[in-house]
Structure formats: structure tokens, C-alpha cells
Design a protein around this ligand. Structure first.
Ligand SMILES: Cc1cc2nc3c(=O)[nH]c(=O)nc-3n(C[C@H](O)[C@H](O)[C@H](O)COP(=O)(O)OP(=O)(O)OC[C@H]3O[C@@H](n4cnc5c(N)ncnc54)[C@H](O)[C@@H]3O)c2cc1C
Length: 454
């Protein structure tokens, strides 16, 4: 087996504050970013602006291509193709002087500042930023997921498979069930996909043959894991009523069989209020997320679901040379709900984590203590195919300074604009904040402050 060994600088765990670094101590620092999705790709670009001349950045990811996950619902109905939303990262990474390793990580050994790859290579780091996104917990419900009886839009491979199934469905239409299961945190895309499907069915002139049901762990429509934002409850309920989509809230999916789903409705006291059997000819349910195996089950690093524990500086409190951004970050739920609901980690929130992390690692490299805190504001555009709903939550947990939601055709146009904007940014290796330029302007809320100094 080939073994790659980089020079390891200092024993950081003893000092607890990171290495002696290029800009301050004249030694090179090697910074790793694990994962090159929405968070990891821009993380690498933003870090490139922070490092000193002798420092080095390496990105380790299992997929050489970046895929714009928010476009997956469009892939599933055939409005986009893989090539439209994919970027080969090798070019932009090379242009920025970033080493790019396209091999999956097997295990992180934080006590040794070492990452083991699945091909046997072992690499040492001075700092590592975990940006690994979620592991999709389909296995927690019998029959759930693309290896079972429901579709998924979480990954481009799933979305392509969902498209093939949708095409077949259109020839023999029947009931549709869409939603998000117990423990899910990503509710926006479930609503999006419901309304996108509804639009696609109308365009195919078969909507009249398709009863639609939305099934969700949320205690009410529009909760979104955030206890609602502005009037998301009213807006989304109204859209559902207007489009004849039925819904079941506080739903716990017991099992999925071919063409049939068993769902329990849970009362406020946790008891089962009703058990329903829902027939379906097509179904897409978002699963619960957990952390990937390579970084899960490490005392002090990960929580029981494998998400990485960070302080307000995006840094792990025990291993201070480990940072995390994106969906892999541990965030407690906003409050108790009859069925567990996680907090969504949306693009703009991830952007704020990335900016804070890049600045904080830059400070460490210059021998200072990190003091940048991401705002973690939630900003989301949920496309419905021909209209949509947008919301802004600042801060994420209510009561909020900005608690705004709106709907209209402009949301669909704005989302298409962001897709182009973000993909261009990834292709160019640019590090301007995601959504900032165009979205904030369109939303009419001015420039958000991504990072607050403490
Ligand atoms: C269907 C869907 C639609 C969404 N739409 C929106 C939206 O419209 N707006 C919004 O703000 N947010 C949206 N989100 C939420 C969020 O913005 C995305 O999930 C986003 O992709 C999360 O970014 P991330 O970097 O945390 O994870 P990801 O983008 O999933 O990236 C994870 C990276 O880690 C890599 N990786 C994983 N395991 C390993 C391993 N073992 N070794 C090496 N590399 C590994 C992967 O290959 C990938 O490169 C959506 C989410 C989903 C699922």
C-alpha cells in the first residue's frame, strides 16, 4: 500500500491551540479540508486567502466533482441534467494552488492529527476542517430509500434514479407521497419537491390522476425545523390547500413496503393518535441525517449521531485544530416536538460558518486566538417550479430580529439565478460569500453581516 506522509509540525494536542505556524514561526502549516461539497469547496477557496506563503491546503473528497445539491429536485423531474449542475474541481483547485485528493476518508485519528484514507494512505495535518455533509440514515426505517421503495433527492445519483422512476410513473399515474421522516432536518427541499412535482404533473396534464399527500415529522406545516419563519405556516398551508395537497404532520413513518407506507400520527403526549396506511405509486421521503462514519464515535469530537461538536468559533472544544462547517456540524433542535425534528443547515448559514472558520484559522496561522463567529442566519429560497417561498431568519432561534417570509414567481427566478451564480463561483474558484451579492439584494434586506466579532 502506498503511504503518503506529510511533515507534522508540533504536537498540537499538548498545546491545545494549534501549531507554530508559517506566518508567526516560519514553519509551514498543512491545512486539510475534508469534503468538497457546498461547504468544503468554498472553504478551500476562502482558506487560500488566509494562508502564508509556506502554508499548504489539501482537499480530500470522495467525489472529484462538485454537484449543486439544491438543484437535485429539478434533476428528478428532468428540468436539469447532471452536466448542468456539476463542476470538475481539479481545475479550480489547481489554479488556487490547492492539492486535491479524490479518495474517501476512512477514519480520523484526532489524537495523532492523522487522516486514514480508504486506499491505505495516511496523511497528517496541522488543521483540518470537516465539511463532510450528512450520511443518509435510510436504514433507520424499513423499506426507506433508493435501495428500498422510496426515492431520494439528497444526492445527484439518487435524483437521477428518481427521474427514471418519475418518467415511468407518468405513464401509469397514481397516488404520490412526499415528505420528511422522523429526525429529518432538511424540510425545505421536501416542500420544494412536492410543489415541483405538482407543477410537472400539471404540465404533463396528469395532475387530475394524482392524489398527493405530504407527510412530515414537523408539528405543523411550515415549521421547517425552525418553529416557522415569518408566516411560513400560513404561506405553505395556503399553497397546499390551493393545490389540493393533503398533509399529515407529527408523522412517524413505521415502514415502507412496495406501494404502501405505514405512518403513525403522534399526539403531543407522544402517544400514537392514529395509524394510517398510505398507498403510493411514487414516493420521495427525505431521511434523517447523521455524521459520516470516518468522524463518528470519537469521544469529545462527535455527538451520539456522529455530528461534529463545535464552539462558536466553529472549532472543536477538545481538538482545537479541528473545525467543522456545514451539515456535519452538531446543532441541537430548536425545541421539543412530538416527533424529532432537526434544525436545517442552509447554504447561507453554511457560508457564514465557512467565512468564520477561514478567518479563525488565518488568525491561528498568525499566532492569534480566533475570534470570528458566524451568524448562522437561515436564508432559504424554496422553488415551486413556477413560484416559490422565501424566508430569512436572523437569528435562527426565535424570537428574531428578522423573521420574514414571502412568496411569488420571483422566488423561482431568484433560485435559478443563485444556481448559476454559485456554480460560476465554484468553477472560477472564487470566494465571495454564497447568496450574498444577488440574493440579499433581491430579498431587499441589504447586506447581512456574515461574521460578528466578539
Ligand atoms: C435535496 C436538498 C436540497 C437543498 N436545497 C437547498 C437550498 O435550496 N438552499 C439551501 O440553502 N440549502 C439547501 N440544502 C441544504 C444544504 O445547503 C445542502 O445540503 C448542502 O449541500 C450542504 O453542504 P455540505 O458542504 O455540508 O455537504 P455536501 O454538499 O453534501 O458535501 C459533503 C462533501 O463531503 C464529501 N464526503 C462525504 N463523505 C466523505 C468521505 N468519507 N471521504 C471524503 N469525502 C467525503 C462528499 O463527497 C461531498 O463532497 C439542500 C439539501 C438537500 C439535501
Amino acid at each position: 500500500m502506498p503511504v503518503m506522509v506529510y511533515v507534522k509540525i508540533g504536537m498540537f494536542k499538548d498545546r491545545g491551540i494549534g501549531p507554530v505556524l508559517a506566518s508567526s514561526g516560519g514553519k509551514m502549516a498543512h491545512i486539510f479540508v475534508l469534503g468538497a461539497g457546498l461547504g468544503g469547496s468554498i472553504m478551500a477557496y476562502e482558506l487560500a486567502d488566509q494562508i502564508g506563503p509556506g502554508d499548504k491546503i489539501t482537499v480530500v473528497t470522495k467525489d472529484p466533482k462538485y454537484h449543486f445539491v439544491p438543484s437535485n429536485p429539478w434533476i428528478a423531474v428532468g428540468w436539469r441534467e447532471r452536466a448542468d449542475i456539476s463542476v470538475d474541481l481539479a481545475g479550480p483547485m489547481a489554479k488556487k494552488g490547492i492539492e486535491f485528493i479524490t479518495t474517501a476518508a476512512e477514519r480520523l485519528y484526532p489524537e495523532e492529527n492523522r487522516l486514514q484514507l480508504i486506499d491505505g494512505r495516511s496523511i497528517s495535518y496541522d488543521y483540518i476542517v470537516l465539511a463532510t455533509g450528512p450520511e443518509l440514515a435510510f436504514d433507520e426505517i424499513e423499506g426507506l430509500g433508493p435501495d428500498g421503495h422510496t426515492q431520494s433527492i439528497c444526492h445527484i445519483d439518487h435524483a437521477e434514479k428518481a427521474h427514471v422512476a418519475f418518467e415511468a410513473f407518468c405513464t401509469t399515474p397514481g397516488p404520490i407521497v412526499v415528505g420528511a421522516v422522523q429526525g429529518a432536518s432538511c424540510f425545505g427541499p421536501a416542500y420544494e419537491f412536492t410543489f415541483i412535482l405538482e407543477t410537472a404533473l400539471r404540465r404533463a396534464k396528469i395532475r387530475d390522476k394524482v392524489p398527493m399527500t405530504f407527510v412530515t415529522a414537523e408539528p405543523y406545516i411550515g415549521h421547517l425545523g425552525l418553529d416557522g419563519v415569518g408566516d411560513t405556516k400560513g404561506l405553505l398551508e395556503s399553497e397546499m390547500r390551493g393545490k389540493h395537497i393533503k398533509w399529515i404532520t407529527s408523522a412517524r413513518v413505521k415502514k415502507v413496503e412496495p406501494g404502501k407506507m405505514t405512518v403513525e400520527e403522534i399526539a403531543d403526549d407522544g402517544s400514537v393518535k392514529a395509524t394510517r396506511e398510505l398507498p403510493f405509486a411514487y414516493s420521495m421521503l427525505l431521511p434523517a441525517f447523521r455524521g459520516i462514519k470516518a468522524v463518528a464515535g470519537i469521544e469529545g469530537l462527535s455527538n451520539p449521531r456522529g455530528f461534529t461538536i463545535v464552539d462558536k468559533f466553529q472549532r472543536n472544544p477538545k481538538y482545537k485544530n479541528i473545525y467543522a462547517v456545514g451539515v456535519c456540524v452538531a446543532i441541537p433542535p430548536i425545541g421539543p416536538t412530538p416527533v424529532p425534528c432537526g434544525v436545517p443547515k442552509t447554504g447561507f448559514m453554511i457560508e457564514s460558518m465557512v467565512t468564520a472558520t477561514a478567518l479563525n484559522i488565518g488568525q491561528c496561522l498568525r499566532g492569534a486566538e480566533p475570534d470570528n463567529v458566524g451568524t448562522w442566519n437561515a436564508v432559504c429560497l424554496a422553488d415551486f417550479g413556477d413560484s416559490g417561498v422565501a424566508f430569512v431568519a436572523q437569528p435562527q432561534i426565535p424570537p428574531r430580529n428578522v423573521n420574514w417570509s414571502s412568496s411569488g414567481k420571483w422566488v423561482h427566478l431568484a433560485k435559478v439565478g443563485f444556481e448559476k451564480y454559485f456554480l460560476r463561483k465554484v468553477r472560477k474558484g472564487k470566494s465571495e460569500p454564497y447568496y450574498e451579492k444577488a440574493a440579499m439584494k433581491m430579498l431587499g434586506i441589504g447586506k447581512l453581516k456574515e461574521v460578528v466579532k466578539v
